[in-house]
Design a protein around this ligand. Sequence first.
Ligand code: AMP
Ligand code: ZN
Length: 115
Amino acid sequence: MVHNCVFCRIVAGELPSTKLYQDDLVTAFRDIHPVAPTHILIVPNRHMNSVNDVLPEDEPALGRMFVIARHLAEAEGISQLGYRLTINSGSHAGQVVFHLHMHLMGGQRMRHPLG
Ligand code: AMP
Ligand code: ZN
């Protein structure tokens, strides 16, 4: 764990969060500044700064993130109308927290990010 990483500290339970799911590989919690009615972050428990740090041995955690995204979308009642999964990697993409995370956003129609 990286002690000055806010998401490592959430995973470890050292910082408060609205945790929705946690297992040995991944943790999901509500984004503190939601941009949609549902805005959840799903993170690997292992610290990786960005997609640049992904290793072959991370495949189970990264795959689990999609399975949990599917389950949380169903639990939030947004599966049918749809939702967006976003991973920002690096400064040009707007990544602010450098612990890899997947945004799960839905509950309203969203502008297409590519215009
Ligand atoms: P990104 O721009 O992809 O790095 O997104 C970082 C996200 O983390 C933003 O949507 C923030 O609102 C969210 N965030 C930052 N700190 C916290 C926190 N302590 N708990 C929950 N979400 C957070
Ligand atoms: Zn971290």
